[in-house]
Design a protein around this ligand. Structure first.
Ligand code: HEC
Length: 181
């Protein structure tokens, strides 16, 4: 083995070790801080979708958490000042198809339920998340999104952020959830 080969080899080993260290810590940090979904799009992919065009404002809010009109939407999880990782929409947790998924964050794992309008307003609404509660109405949907209470008045899990949204933004979101099957 000549001198150059040795240097190249040592460099390659160093780079590989460095990459493993960085990737390892990113994985651990990501697992701890960023909600991850078991199926469908991941939290990170939720951000990528933001560059697309949207057919309606409701769809935009669903995917990005940003509205084209009205006051800026803010989201907060209990005990946190802002959503970690910056802006994100409902799709990050409830899925691109709104059919829900398991979401893990800071060692809690919980189901972000199916929130297609058809499903939310079903009479027999047995929550995948354990609780039975009456069917949602526009009124109770708004309360769930902004105050984190289900139709029976029970607190939703802290992973579901509390959103600051105007009535018209909520209406846009409802129209979008009504449009998907
Ligand atoms: C960080 C993950 C996350 C994001 C983002 C998120 N949710 Fe949720 N959501 C949840 C979880 C988890 C639950 C279940 C809470 C529980 O079971 O107590 C939930 C519950 C709900 C419920 C109650 C459903 C039911 O069956 O009672 C509604 C409605 C809802 N979310 C709407 C939204 C909307 C609208 C958005 C976007 C504006 C959104 N969520 C964004 C995680 C999230």
């Amino acid at each position: 083995m000549n001198q150059t080969t040795k240097i190249v080899l040592i460099l390659a080993i160093l780079i590989a070790a460095g990459a493993m260290l960085v990737l390892g810590s990113l994985l651990i940090a990501g697992w701890f801080l960023v909600p991850t979904r078991s199926t469908g799009i991941s939290f990170q992919e939720g951000f990528a979708i933001q560059t697309n065009d949207y057919a309606s404002n409701g769809e935009r809010i669903y995917f990005t958490g940003a509205s084209e009109s009205g006051p800026p939407i803010r989201a907060q999880m209990e005990g946190m000042r802002r959503m970690p990782g910056g802006r994100s929409g409902c799709a990050s947790c409830h899925g691109a198809d709104a059919r829900g998924a398991r979401v893990s964050m800071m060692m809690s794992t919980v189901t972000a339920p199916d929130i297609r309008w058809e499903h939310l307003t079903e009479e027999e609404h047995d929550g995948e998340h354990g609780e039975d509660h009456p069917a949602y109405t526009a009124e109770t949907f708004k309360r769930a999104v902004t105050e984190g209470l289900n139709p029976s008045g029970e607190e939703l899990h802290w992973i579901m952020p509390r959103w600051e949204m105007s009535d018209s933004q909520i209406d846009d979101l409802i129209s979008y959830l009504q449009s998907i099957e």
